[in-house]
Design a protein around this ligand. Sequence first.
Ligand SMILES: Cc1cc2nc3c(=O)[nH]c(=O)nc-3n(C[C@H](O)[C@H](O)[C@H](O)COP(=O)(O)OP(=O)(O)OC[C@H]3O[C@@H](n4cnc5c(N)ncnc54)[C@H](O)[C@@H]3O)c2cc1C
Length: 413
Amino acid sequence: MTGTPGSDGHIAVVGASLAGLRAAEQLRAAGHTGPITVFGAEPYAPYNRPPLSKEVLAGPGDHDAERLHAQVAFRMRSSVADVTFRLGAAVAAADLARGRLTLADGREAGFDGLVAATGLRPRRLPLPGPQAGRHALRTLDDCLALRAALGPGTRVVVAGAGFVGCEVAATALRLGCQVTVVEPAAEPMLAVLGPELGRAVRRHHEAAGVRFVTGRLTAAVHGRDRVRAVELDDGTTLEADVLIEAVGSVPNTEWLAGNGLDLSDGVLCDNALRAGERLVAAGDVARFPNPLFDDRPRRVEHWSIPGDTAKRAAATLTALLAGRAPDPAPFAPVPSFWSDQLDLRLQSFGSPALAEEARLEEGDPARLGEGVLATYHREGRHVGTVAVNLPPARQRELRAAFTRPLLTLTRNP
Ligand SMILES: Cc1cc2nc3c(=O)[nH]c(=O)nc-3n(C[C@H](O)[C@H](O)[C@H](O)COP(=O)(O)OP(=O)(O)OC[C@H]3O[C@@H](n4cnc5c(N)ncnc54)[C@H](O)[C@@H]3O)c2cc1C
Protein backbone atom coordinates (compact mmCIF):
# COMPACT_ATOMS: atom_id res chain seq x y z
CA MET A 1 0.00 0.00 0.00
CA THR A 2 1.18 3.52 -0.72
CA GLY A 3 -0.10 5.25 2.41
CA THR A 4 -2.13 7.69 0.27
CA PRO A 5 -5.88 7.11 -0.05
CA GLY A 6 -6.81 4.64 -2.78
CA SER A 7 -9.90 4.56 -4.95
CA ASP A 8 -12.98 2.36 -4.97
CA GLY A 9 -14.75 2.65 -8.34
CA HIS A 10 -14.93 -0.11 -10.94
CA ILE A 11 -11.80 -0.37 -13.09
CA ALA A 12 -11.89 -2.19 -16.40
CA VAL A 13 -8.58 -3.39 -17.81
CA VAL A 14 -8.78 -4.23 -21.51
CA GLY A 15 -6.13 -6.76 -22.57
CA ALA A 16 -5.32 -9.88 -20.51
CA SER A 17 -1.62 -10.31 -21.18
CA LEU A 18 1.49 -9.09 -19.38
CA ALA A 19 0.47 -5.41 -19.17
CA GLY A 20 -3.14 -6.22 -18.19
CA LEU A 21 -2.09 -8.63 -15.45
CA ARG A 22 0.55 -6.28 -14.08
CA ALA A 23 -1.96 -3.40 -14.17
CA ALA A 24 -4.41 -5.39 -12.03
CA GLU A 25 -1.64 -6.23 -9.54
CA GLN A 26 -0.42 -2.65 -9.42
CA LEU A 27 -3.92 -1.21 -8.96
CA ARG A 28 -4.19 -3.28 -5.79
CA ALA A 29 -0.65 -2.24 -4.76
CA ALA A 30 -1.63 1.41 -5.29
CA GLY A 31 -4.57 1.00 -2.91
CA HIS A 32 -7.49 0.54 -5.28
CA THR A 33 -10.12 -1.33 -3.28
CA GLY A 34 -12.99 -1.38 -5.80
CA PRO A 35 -13.77 -4.12 -8.30
CA ILE A 36 -11.37 -4.80 -11.19
CA THR A 37 -12.40 -6.66 -14.35
CA VAL A 38 -9.80 -7.73 -16.92
CA PHE A 39 -11.19 -8.36 -20.42
CA GLY A 40 -9.12 -10.54 -22.78
CA ALA A 41 -9.80 -11.38 -26.43
CA GLU A 42 -7.83 -14.64 -26.21
CA PRO A 43 -9.36 -17.64 -24.42
CA TYR A 44 -6.23 -18.04 -22.23
CA ALA A 45 -5.28 -16.59 -18.86
CA PRO A 46 -2.25 -14.23 -19.17
CA TYR A 47 0.83 -15.99 -20.52
CA ASN A 48 4.37 -15.17 -21.52
CA ARG A 49 5.04 -14.57 -25.24
CA PRO A 50 8.87 -14.71 -25.59
CA PRO A 51 9.01 -18.56 -25.46
CA LEU A 52 6.62 -18.69 -28.46
CA SER A 53 9.47 -17.94 -30.89
CA LYS A 54 12.02 -19.94 -28.90
CA GLU A 55 11.61 -23.00 -26.67
CA VAL A 56 7.86 -23.56 -27.18
CA LEU A 57 8.20 -23.34 -30.98
CA ALA A 58 11.28 -25.58 -30.82
CA GLY A 59 9.45 -28.11 -28.64
CA PRO A 60 8.32 -31.57 -29.69
CA GLY A 61 5.18 -30.32 -31.41
CA ASP A 62 2.64 -30.92 -28.67
CA HIS A 63 -0.74 -29.90 -30.10
CA ASP A 64 -2.48 -29.70 -26.75
CA ALA A 65 -3.14 -25.99 -26.25
CA GLU A 66 -3.93 -26.37 -22.55
CA ARG A 67 -0.72 -28.23 -21.82
CA LEU A 68 1.32 -25.65 -23.71
CA HIS A 69 -0.51 -22.82 -22.00
CA ALA A 70 0.41 -24.33 -18.64
CA GLN A 71 4.10 -24.08 -19.65
CA VAL A 72 3.92 -20.34 -20.31
CA ALA A 73 1.11 -19.09 -18.04
CA PHE A 74 2.03 -16.34 -15.56
CA ARG A 75 1.68 -17.14 -11.87
CA MET A 76 -1.42 -15.47 -10.44
CA ARG A 77 -0.40 -13.57 -7.29
CA SER A 78 -2.73 -13.53 -4.30
CA SER A 79 -3.24 -9.77 -4.79
CA VAL A 80 -5.35 -10.50 -7.89
CA ALA A 81 -7.38 -13.35 -6.36
CA ASP A 82 -10.49 -11.14 -6.32
CA VAL A 83 -9.96 -9.73 -9.83
CA THR A 84 -12.49 -10.94 -12.43
CA PHE A 85 -10.93 -12.23 -15.65
CA ARG A 86 -13.35 -12.31 -18.59
CA LEU A 87 -11.47 -14.33 -21.19
CA GLY A 88 -12.55 -14.84 -24.80
CA ALA A 89 -14.27 -11.47 -24.33
CA ALA A 90 -12.96 -8.97 -26.89
CA VAL A 91 -13.97 -5.36 -26.32
CA ALA A 92 -15.35 -3.84 -29.53
CA ALA A 93 -15.89 -0.26 -28.36
CA ALA A 94 -15.46 2.07 -25.40
CA ASP A 95 -17.45 5.19 -24.60
CA LEU A 96 -15.25 7.18 -22.24
CA ALA A 97 -17.84 9.87 -21.53
CA ARG A 98 -20.51 7.32 -20.51
CA GLY A 99 -18.10 4.86 -18.90
CA ARG A 100 -19.39 1.94 -21.01
CA LEU A 101 -17.67 -0.87 -22.87
CA THR A 102 -19.36 -2.85 -25.63
CA LEU A 103 -18.08 -6.37 -26.09
CA ALA A 104 -17.79 -8.10 -29.47
CA ASP A 105 -20.81 -10.26 -28.56
CA GLY A 106 -22.92 -7.14 -27.94
CA ARG A 107 -22.93 -7.27 -24.14
CA GLU A 108 -22.10 -4.09 -22.23
CA ALA A 109 -20.10 -3.35 -19.10
CA GLY A 110 -19.64 -0.15 -17.10
CA PHE A 111 -16.45 1.34 -15.68
CA ASP A 112 -15.25 4.30 -13.65
CA GLY A 113 -11.63 3.97 -14.74
CA LEU A 114 -10.11 2.26 -17.76
CA VAL A 115 -6.70 0.74 -18.52
CA ALA A 116 -5.83 0.14 -22.19
CA ALA A 117 -3.46 -2.84 -22.34
CA THR A 118 -4.38 -4.29 -25.72
CA GLY A 119 -0.85 -4.66 -27.11
CA LEU A 120 -0.16 -5.38 -30.75
CA ARG A 121 -1.04 -7.76 -33.54
CA PRO A 122 1.29 -8.78 -36.39
CA ARG A 123 1.30 -6.63 -39.50
CA ARG A 124 0.54 -8.83 -42.51
CA LEU A 125 1.94 -8.58 -46.03
CA PRO A 126 -0.65 -6.94 -48.29
CA LEU A 127 -0.23 -9.66 -50.91
CA PRO A 128 -3.01 -11.69 -52.51
CA GLY A 129 -2.64 -15.40 -53.18
CA PRO A 130 -3.14 -18.57 -51.16
CA GLN A 131 -3.51 -18.20 -47.40
CA ALA A 132 -2.65 -21.78 -46.41
CA GLY A 133 1.00 -21.92 -45.43
CA ARG A 134 1.16 -18.25 -44.43
CA HIS A 135 1.84 -17.60 -40.76
CA ALA A 136 2.46 -14.79 -38.29
CA LEU A 137 3.45 -15.16 -34.64
CA ARG A 138 1.96 -13.33 -31.68
CA THR A 139 -0.32 -15.74 -29.82
CA LEU A 140 -0.18 -19.25 -28.44
CA ASP A 141 -2.59 -20.34 -31.19
CA ASP A 142 -0.28 -18.79 -33.83
CA CYS A 143 2.59 -20.75 -32.29
CA LEU A 144 0.63 -24.03 -32.34
CA ALA A 145 -0.30 -23.53 -36.00
CA LEU A 146 3.26 -22.65 -37.00
CA ARG A 147 4.80 -25.53 -35.03
CA ALA A 148 2.48 -27.98 -36.82
CA ALA A 149 3.74 -26.65 -40.18
CA LEU A 150 7.49 -26.99 -39.45
CA GLY A 151 9.53 -30.16 -39.71
CA PRO A 152 12.71 -31.58 -41.23
CA GLY A 153 13.06 -30.41 -44.82
CA THR A 154 10.22 -27.84 -44.71
CA ARG A 155 11.15 -24.94 -46.98
CA VAL A 156 10.57 -21.80 -44.93
CA VAL A 157 10.75 -18.20 -46.09
CA VAL A 158 10.77 -15.64 -43.28
CA ALA A 159 9.74 -12.17 -44.47
CA GLY A 160 11.42 -9.67 -42.15
CA ALA A 161 14.71 -9.88 -40.24
CA GLY A 162 13.71 -8.09 -37.07
CA PHE A 163 14.05 -9.79 -33.70
CA VAL A 164 11.03 -12.09 -34.06
CA GLY A 165 11.99 -12.97 -37.68
CA CYS A 166 15.57 -13.86 -36.69
CA GLU A 167 14.47 -15.87 -33.65
CA VAL A 168 11.93 -17.83 -35.68
CA ALA A 169 14.52 -18.44 -38.42
CA ALA A 170 16.94 -19.86 -35.83
CA THR A 171 14.23 -22.05 -34.30
CA ALA A 172 13.04 -23.34 -37.69
CA LEU A 173 16.64 -24.23 -38.55
CA ARG A 174 16.89 -26.16 -35.30
CA LEU A 175 13.78 -28.11 -36.35
CA GLY A 176 15.53 -29.18 -39.56
CA CYS A 177 13.85 -26.70 -41.93
CA GLN A 178 15.57 -25.04 -44.90
CA VAL A 179 15.32 -21.37 -43.99
CA THR A 180 15.63 -18.22 -46.10
CA VAL A 181 15.15 -14.78 -44.55
CA VAL A 182 14.14 -11.92 -46.86
CA GLU A 183 14.83 -8.41 -45.57
CA PRO A 184 14.55 -5.05 -47.37
CA ALA A 185 17.32 -3.44 -45.27
CA ALA A 186 21.00 -4.23 -45.78
CA GLU A 187 21.35 -6.23 -42.57
CA PRO A 188 19.10 -7.96 -40.03
CA MET A 189 17.93 -5.86 -37.05
CA LEU A 190 19.79 -2.94 -38.63
CA ALA A 191 17.77 -0.18 -36.95
CA VAL A 192 18.67 -1.46 -33.48
CA LEU A 193 22.08 -3.09 -33.87
CA GLY A 194 23.65 -0.83 -36.53
CA PRO A 195 25.53 -2.13 -39.58
CA GLU A 196 28.55 -3.74 -37.92
CA LEU A 197 26.72 -5.83 -35.34
CA GLY A 198 23.85 -6.51 -37.79
CA ARG A 199 26.35 -7.90 -40.30
CA ALA A 200 27.99 -10.00 -37.60
CA VAL A 201 24.67 -11.50 -36.54
CA ARG A 202 23.79 -12.26 -40.19
CA ARG A 203 27.13 -14.02 -40.70
CA HIS A 204 26.58 -16.02 -37.52
CA HIS A 205 23.18 -17.18 -38.81
CA GLU A 206 24.63 -17.93 -42.25
CA ALA A 207 27.41 -20.03 -40.74
CA ALA A 208 24.72 -22.08 -39.00
CA GLY A 209 22.78 -22.59 -42.27
CA VAL A 210 20.20 -19.76 -42.49
CA ARG A 211 20.20 -18.09 -45.92
CA PHE A 212 19.66 -14.31 -46.10
CA VAL A 213 18.44 -12.26 -49.05
CA THR A 214 18.86 -8.61 -48.04
CA GLY A 215 17.89 -5.43 -49.87
CA ARG A 216 14.82 -7.18 -51.30
CA LEU A 217 11.08 -7.06 -50.69
CA THR A 218 8.64 -9.97 -50.76
CA ALA A 219 6.50 -9.02 -53.76
CA ALA A 220 4.15 -11.95 -54.45
CA VAL A 221 2.98 -15.27 -53.04
CA HIS A 222 2.38 -18.11 -55.51
CA GLY A 223 0.47 -21.37 -55.25
CA ARG A 224 -3.04 -22.57 -56.00
CA ASP A 225 -4.34 -24.11 -52.79
CA ARG A 226 -1.39 -23.20 -50.57
CA VAL A 227 1.95 -21.37 -50.62
CA ARG A 228 4.35 -22.96 -53.14
CA ALA A 229 6.72 -20.06 -53.83
CA VAL A 230 7.51 -16.51 -52.85
CA GLU A 231 8.57 -13.94 -55.44
CA LEU A 232 10.89 -11.06 -54.59
CA ASP A 233 10.84 -7.57 -56.08
CA ASP A 234 13.72 -8.41 -58.46
CA GLY A 235 11.76 -11.35 -59.92
CA THR A 236 13.68 -14.03 -57.97
CA THR A 237 11.46 -16.92 -56.93
CA LEU A 238 12.04 -18.87 -53.72
CA GLU A 239 10.27 -22.23 -53.41
CA ALA A 240 8.45 -22.34 -50.09
CA ASP A 241 6.10 -24.55 -48.10
CA VAL A 242 5.73 -21.97 -45.34
CA LEU A 243 5.90 -18.17 -45.38
CA ILE A 244 6.35 -16.54 -41.99
CA GLU A 245 5.40 -12.86 -42.05
CA ALA A 246 7.51 -11.07 -39.42
CA VAL A 247 7.13 -7.55 -40.79
CA GLY A 248 6.23 -5.57 -37.69
CA SER A 249 3.12 -4.97 -35.63
CA VAL A 250 -0.04 -2.90 -35.49
CA PRO A 251 -1.35 -1.52 -32.16
CA ASN A 252 -4.80 -2.78 -31.14
CA THR A 253 -6.61 0.54 -30.65
CA GLU A 254 -9.71 0.36 -32.87
CA TRP A 255 -11.91 -0.29 -29.84
CA LEU A 256 -11.03 3.20 -28.50
CA ALA A 257 -12.03 5.06 -31.70
CA GLY A 258 -14.58 7.87 -31.43
CA ASN A 259 -13.34 9.25 -28.11
CA GLY A 260 -11.19 12.07 -29.48
CA LEU A 261 -7.92 10.29 -28.59
CA ASP A 262 -4.72 10.32 -30.64
CA LEU A 263 -4.53 6.70 -31.80
CA SER A 264 -2.20 7.31 -34.73
CA ASP A 265 0.44 4.92 -33.29
CA GLY A 266 -0.85 3.26 -30.15
CA VAL A 267 -2.54 5.26 -27.39
CA LEU A 268 -0.91 8.67 -26.92
CA CYS A 269 -0.30 9.35 -23.22
CA ASP A 270 1.40 11.99 -21.13
CA ASN A 271 4.43 11.08 -19.04
CA ALA A 272 2.14 9.80 -16.25
CA LEU A 273 0.50 7.46 -18.82
CA ARG A 274 -2.78 9.35 -18.75
CA ALA A 275 -4.55 9.28 -22.12
CA GLY A 276 -7.90 10.72 -21.02
CA GLU A 277 -9.81 11.87 -17.98
CA ARG A 278 -10.17 8.32 -16.68
CA LEU A 279 -8.06 6.41 -19.17
CA VAL A 280 -4.47 5.24 -18.79
CA ALA A 281 -2.46 2.91 -21.03
CA ALA A 282 0.23 0.31 -20.35
CA GLY A 283 2.48 -2.06 -22.27
CA ASP A 284 3.26 -2.22 -25.98
CA VAL A 285 0.21 -0.12 -26.89
CA ALA A 286 1.17 2.93 -24.79
CA ARG A 287 2.98 5.82 -26.52
CA PHE A 288 4.58 8.10 -23.98
CA PRO A 289 7.52 10.51 -23.68
CA ASN A 290 10.52 9.16 -21.78
CA PRO A 291 12.70 11.98 -20.35
CA LEU A 292 15.71 9.64 -20.48
CA PHE A 293 15.86 10.39 -24.18
CA ASP A 294 13.74 13.43 -25.17
CA ASP A 295 10.15 14.65 -25.06
CA ARG A 296 8.91 12.73 -28.12
CA PRO A 297 6.28 10.10 -27.26
CA ARG A 298 7.17 6.59 -28.46
CA ARG A 299 5.90 3.06 -28.06
CA VAL A 300 8.38 0.46 -26.81
CA GLU A 301 7.87 -3.22 -27.67
CA HIS A 302 9.98 -4.88 -24.98
CA TRP A 303 8.98 -7.28 -22.24
CA SER A 304 10.29 -4.91 -19.52
CA ILE A 305 7.89 -2.11 -20.44
CA PRO A 306 4.50 -3.66 -19.47
CA GLY A 307 5.68 -4.04 -15.85
CA ASP A 308 7.10 -0.51 -15.61
CA THR A 309 4.18 1.18 -17.37
CA ALA A 310 1.53 -0.82 -15.50
CA LYS A 311 2.96 0.36 -12.18
CA ARG A 312 2.92 4.01 -13.19
CA ALA A 313 -0.44 3.80 -15.01
CA ALA A 314 -2.07 2.14 -11.99
CA ALA A 315 -0.76 4.85 -9.64
CA THR A 316 -2.01 7.57 -11.99
CA LEU A 317 -5.49 6.06 -12.41
CA THR A 318 -5.86 5.41 -8.68
CA ALA A 319 -4.94 9.05 -7.99
CA LEU A 320 -7.35 10.37 -10.64
CA LEU A 321 -10.24 8.27 -9.32
CA ALA A 322 -9.50 9.41 -5.77
CA GLY A 323 -9.60 13.05 -6.92
CA ARG A 324 -5.84 13.57 -6.52
CA ALA A 325 -3.30 14.84 -9.04
CA PRO A 326 -1.01 12.14 -10.44
CA ASP A 327 2.54 11.94 -9.05
CA PRO A 328 4.53 14.73 -10.80
CA ALA A 329 7.86 12.81 -10.60
CA PRO A 330 9.19 12.01 -14.08
CA PHE A 331 8.50 8.51 -15.35
CA ALA A 332 11.71 7.32 -16.97
CA PRO A 333 11.87 3.54 -17.38
CA VAL A 334 15.05 2.06 -18.88
CA PRO A 335 13.93 -0.07 -21.84
CA SER A 336 15.64 -3.45 -21.94
CA PHE A 337 15.18 -6.54 -24.02
CA TRP A 338 16.88 -9.83 -24.72
CA SER A 339 16.80 -12.05 -27.77
CA ASP A 340 17.93 -15.67 -28.08
CA GLN A 341 19.09 -16.71 -31.55
CA LEU A 342 21.06 -19.93 -32.15
CA ASP A 343 23.76 -19.91 -29.45
CA LEU A 344 23.58 -16.12 -29.04
CA ARG A 345 21.93 -14.11 -26.28
CA LEU A 346 21.58 -10.47 -27.25
CA GLN A 347 20.79 -8.11 -24.38
CA SER A 348 20.02 -4.44 -24.82
CA PHE A 349 19.59 -1.53 -22.40
CA GLY A 350 18.27 1.87 -23.39
CA SER A 351 17.24 2.71 -26.96
CA PRO A 352 20.01 1.84 -29.43
CA ALA A 353 17.53 2.52 -32.26
CA LEU A 354 17.68 6.27 -31.41
CA ALA A 355 21.44 6.42 -31.97
CA GLU A 356 23.34 8.12 -34.77
CA GLU A 357 26.55 6.28 -33.99
CA ALA A 358 27.41 2.74 -32.88
CA ARG A 359 30.76 2.00 -31.20
CA LEU A 360 32.19 -1.45 -30.83
CA GLU A 361 33.66 -1.49 -27.30
CA GLU A 362 34.74 -5.08 -26.71
CA GLY A 363 35.15 -8.32 -28.60
CA ASP A 364 35.48 -9.35 -32.23
CA PRO A 365 32.26 -9.32 -34.32
CA ALA A 366 33.66 -12.23 -36.33
CA ARG A 367 33.54 -14.27 -33.10
CA LEU A 368 30.22 -13.13 -31.67
CA GLY A 369 29.78 -16.28 -29.61
CA GLU A 370 32.77 -15.27 -27.46
CA GLY A 371 31.18 -12.00 -26.37
CA VAL A 372 30.82 -8.54 -27.89
CA LEU A 373 29.81 -5.19 -26.43
CA ALA A 374 28.60 -2.17 -28.43
CA THR A 375 27.40 1.21 -27.23
CA TYR A 376 25.11 3.61 -29.08
CA HIS A 377 25.26 7.42 -29.04
CA ARG A 378 23.20 10.42 -30.07
CA GLU A 379 24.50 13.98 -29.94
CA GLY A 380 27.38 12.76 -27.81
CA ARG A 381 25.10 11.03 -25.31
CA HIS A 382 25.11 7.33 -24.59
CA VAL A 383 21.55 6.16 -25.39
CA GLY A 384 21.92 2.39 -25.57
CA THR A 385 24.06 -0.68 -24.99
CA VAL A 386 23.96 -4.08 -26.69
CA ALA A 387 25.80 -7.03 -25.19
CA VAL A 388 26.11 -10.36 -26.99
CA ASN A 389 26.95 -13.47 -24.99
CA LEU A 390 28.35 -11.62 -22.00
CA PRO A 391 27.95 -13.39 -18.64
CA PRO A 392 24.92 -12.41 -16.49
CA ALA A 393 27.06 -10.66 -13.84
CA ARG A 394 28.66 -8.47 -16.53
CA GLN A 395 25.22 -7.70 -17.98
CA ARG A 396 24.01 -6.56 -14.56
CA GLU A 397 27.08 -4.32 -14.27
CA LEU A 398 26.45 -2.86 -17.73
CA ARG A 399 22.81 -2.19 -16.92
CA ALA A 400 23.76 -0.41 -13.69
CA ALA A 401 26.47 1.60 -15.48
CA PHE A 402 23.97 2.60 -18.15
CA THR A 403 21.22 3.50 -15.69
CA ARG A 404 23.23 5.55 -13.15
CA PRO A 405 23.90 8.72 -15.22
CA LEU A 406 20.36 8.60 -16.57
CA LEU A 407 18.89 8.55 -13.10
CA THR A 408 20.87 11.70 -12.27
CA LEU A 409 19.49 13.21 -15.45
CA THR A 410 15.88 12.60 -14.46
CA ARG A 411 16.46 13.93 -10.95
CA ASN A 412 17.98 17.15 -12.37
CA PRO A 413 16.17 17.57 -15.69
C1 LIG B 1 6.89 -14.22 -30.40
C2 LIG B 1 7.33 -13.11 -29.49
C3 LIG B 1 8.59 -13.18 -28.87
C4 LIG B 1 9.01 -12.14 -28.04
N1 LIG B 1 10.24 -12.23 -27.46
C5 LIG B 1 10.69 -11.22 -26.69
C6 LIG B 1 11.99 -11.28 -26.11
O1 LIG B 1 12.73 -12.25 -26.30
N2 LIG B 1 12.40 -10.25 -25.34
C7 LIG B 1 11.60 -9.14 -25.12
O2 LIG B 1 12.03 -8.20 -24.44
N3 LIG B 1 10.34 -9.08 -25.63
C8 LIG B 1 9.89 -10.09 -26.42
N4 LIG B 1 8.62 -10.02 -26.95
C9 LIG B 1 7.78 -8.84 -26.65
C10 LIG B 1 6.91 -9.03 -25.41
O3 LIG B 1 6.33 -10.30 -25.39
C11 LIG B 1 5.86 -7.93 -25.42
O4 LIG B 1 6.55 -6.73 -25.17
C12 LIG B 1 4.75 -8.15 -24.39
O5 LIG B 1 4.03 -9.31 -24.66
C13 LIG B 1 3.79 -6.95 -24.40
O6 LIG B 1 2.76 -7.18 -23.51
P1 LIG B 1 1.36 -6.39 -23.59
O7 LIG B 1 0.53 -6.96 -22.50
O8 LIG B 1 1.60 -4.95 -23.66
O9 LIG B 1 0.74 -6.78 -25.01
P2 LIG B 1 0.33 -8.18 -25.63
O10 LIG B 1 1.21 -9.24 -25.09
O11 LIG B 1 0.25 -7.97 -27.10
O12 LIG B 1 -1.13 -8.45 -25.07
C14 LIG B 1 -2.26 -7.73 -25.42
C15 LIG B 1 -3.49 -8.59 -25.14
O13 LIG B 1 -4.64 -7.80 -25.38
C16 LIG B 1 -5.61 -8.58 -26.06
N5 LIG B 1 -6.52 -7.69 -26.79
C17 LIG B 1 -6.25 -6.97 -27.91
N6 LIG B 1 -7.34 -6.26 -28.28
C18 LIG B 1 -8.31 -6.55 -27.38
C19 LIG B 1 -9.65 -6.13 -27.23
N7 LIG B 1 -10.21 -5.25 -28.06
N8 LIG B 1 -10.37 -6.63 -26.20
C20 LIG B 1 -9.80 -7.48 -25.31
N9 LIG B 1 -8.52 -7.92 -25.41
C21 LIG B 1 -7.78 -7.45 -26.42
C22 LIG B 1 -4.77 -9.43 -26.98
O14 LIG B 1 -5.51 -10.55 -27.41
C23 LIG B 1 -3.60 -9.79 -26.08
O15 LIG B 1 -3.85 -10.96 -25.35
C24 LIG B 1 8.17 -11.04 -27.80
C25 LIG B 1 6.90 -10.97 -28.42
C26 LIG B 1 6.49 -12.00 -29.25
C27 LIG B 1 5.13 -11.92 -29.92
